[in-house]
Design a protein around this ligand. Structure first.
Ligand code: ADP
Ligand code: MG
Length: 456
């Protein structure tokens, strides 16, 4: 059977599977699977990750084998394999005796397997990564490495930052871009945990030779969460040699970590120093403007219709990381599906509260921004932007003045909610409005009515 036939057969089987299980399960476990040909009696189904593979083996193995039998009229063994393993198998093609078949001995079917859309970690691309001040450097260095630019001088690239800030997203984006634009390059994504697990398995199976060869023969190695490359001397030692082998050949290594190299405990000094050889860059919590951009982008891909005031409300409260923002948007999507109505600030407030984000009712800074936005016609996103347009500056100062007057927030907190402005800007805004209030009766009236409105 050719690879292409295998895809066609699998597409037929998927149709049958879809008719037999509920749509959610189908979407979760089968929608992004892909079949590859192994031999006349076996088909390998490539799935997103190890968890997915385990789940399918446990819950759907027999059902899938029956469906494949019904569809092809042939008894076929089904193997569920996570994506990485597939890459390894293709790269390695270990024969049963543990030796390694070189690339030109690969079966033509495997070699010719064209990249397919289903292989793509479609959720993680450079296109859907929103760039802002806090992640620009990490983004562009990752992007450059993915661009197959052998002139790139830094190696390794070490990206560090807290959870949910896009480190894995960037690694997967590199993997995607390389495997689709530079198919000749071998790129491998692996978590540090997976690397250790594989190494330990290799020791147990006495296949460390194959393990070493595999990891030293790739062009771009992406290792996620290296903080987990803990102790276990042997693993660190092996990683050290892998790193050296790749580095010597100018093969790129990209590492992510939840902290800077200096702060990783339990790591051998020689590894730490290598982590710092190239470019070390961090991803910080996204600032307000970036959060707004992220929310808009994610809402669009979720087909979620959000008014700018609700976007601002979410951006002001779901501020810790992007995963939190995604959580809020998922809850809102569920809300729309259940209640079939539009999303207003009430809904957002209740979702935020359910997620432990306290909103303070009308006296909250984001509500002040909304009220000023309604009164002046200047959108909140502009109010917190860098715009120096006179009317925008006026709205911004007015909102800062009100925030200072009716919340107990410090200048620093107020500044942070207005696009990361510093203490002196906040002070200047307050003084400027205070001065003008004495001279401008219309402004006085506006402030009075806003204070009334917000005092509920
Ligand atoms: P980390 O690996 O740093 O813990 P992830 O890469 O898993 O974080 O990101 C968590 C989620 O947030 C993912 O769904 C990712 O797509 C999304 N995300 C993070 N940063 C961005 C960004 N700048 N633009 C778009 N999505 C992002
Ligand atoms: Mg991650």
């Amino acid at each position: 059977m050719l690879v292409e036939d295998c895809w066609v057969e699998w597409a037929h089987c998927l149709r049958e599977i879809r008719s037999q299980i509920n749509p959610k399960s189908y979407e979760q476990w089968f929608a992004r699977t892909e079949a590859t040909f192994v031999n006349a009696n076996t088909i390998r189904i490539v799935v997103a990750d190890t968890i997915c593979a385990d789940w399918l083996r446990k819950h759907y193995q027999t059902m899938v084998e029956d469906i494949v039998f019904d569809t092809t009229q042939k008894k076929t063994a089904i193997e569920f394999m996570p994506y990485v393993e597939k890459t390894i198998k293709n790269d390695l093609s270990q024969d049963l005796f543990g030796s390694i078949i070189s690339e030109d001995k690969l079966s033509p079917e495997i070699k010719k397997t064209p990249p397919k859309e289903t292989n793509r970690r479609s959720n993680y691309t450079f296109d859907n990564f929103v760039v802002g001040d806090t992640n620009r450097m990490a983004f562009s260095s990752a992007y450059t490495i993915a661009g197959n630019n052998s002139q790139t001088t830094y190696n390794p690239l070490f990206i560090f930052g807290g959870p949910g800030l896009g480190k894995t997203h960037l690694l997967r984006a590199i993997e995607n871009r390389v495997s689709f634009e530079h198919i000749e390059k071998r790129v491998m994504y692996v978590t540090a945990e997976e690397y250790m697990r594989r190494f330990i398995e290799a020791i147990q199976d006495r296949s460390t030779k194959a393990f070493k060869k595999l990891f030293r023969e790739i062009d771009i190695l992406l290792v996620d969460d290296v903080q987990f490359l803990l102790k276990g001397e042997q693993t660190q030692n092996e990683f050290f040699h892998t790193f050296n082998a790749l580095h010597e050949k100018n093969c790129k290594v990209v590492l992510t970590c939840d902290r800077s190299p200096d702060k990783i405990e339990d790591i051998e000094e020689r590894l730490r120093s290598r982590f710092k050889w190239g470019l070390v860059t961090s991803i910080e919590q996204p600032d307000l403007i970036t959060r707004i951009a992220i929310i808009n982008s994610k809402a669009e891909s979720l087909n979620l219709d959000l008014e700018q005031d609700t976007v601002a409300l979410i951006a002001n409260h779901a501020a810790s990381n992007v995963r939190e923002i995604e959580g809020v948007l998922t809850s809102l999507t569920a809300h729309v599906a259940i209640h079939q109505n539009n999303i207003g600030t009430d809904t957002v407030n209740s979702v935020l509260r359910q997620r432990g984000r306290v909103t303070y009712g009308m006296r909250d800074i984001s509500n002040i921004q909304l009220a000023v936005s309604e009164s002046t016609g200047i959108p909140v996103a502009l109010m917190v932007s860098r715009s120096r347009k006179q009317e925008v500056v006026h709205a911004r100062y007015l909102a800062i003045y009100l925030a200072h007057t009716i919340t107990k927030d410090t200048y620093a907190t107020i500044g942070s909610q207005f696009g990361g402005r510093d203490h002196s800007t906040v002070l200047y805004a307050i003084q400027s409005i205070s001065k003008r209030l004495k001279l401008d009766p219309i402004l006085k009236k506006t402030v009075g009515s806003l204070l009334n409105q917000l005092d509920s």
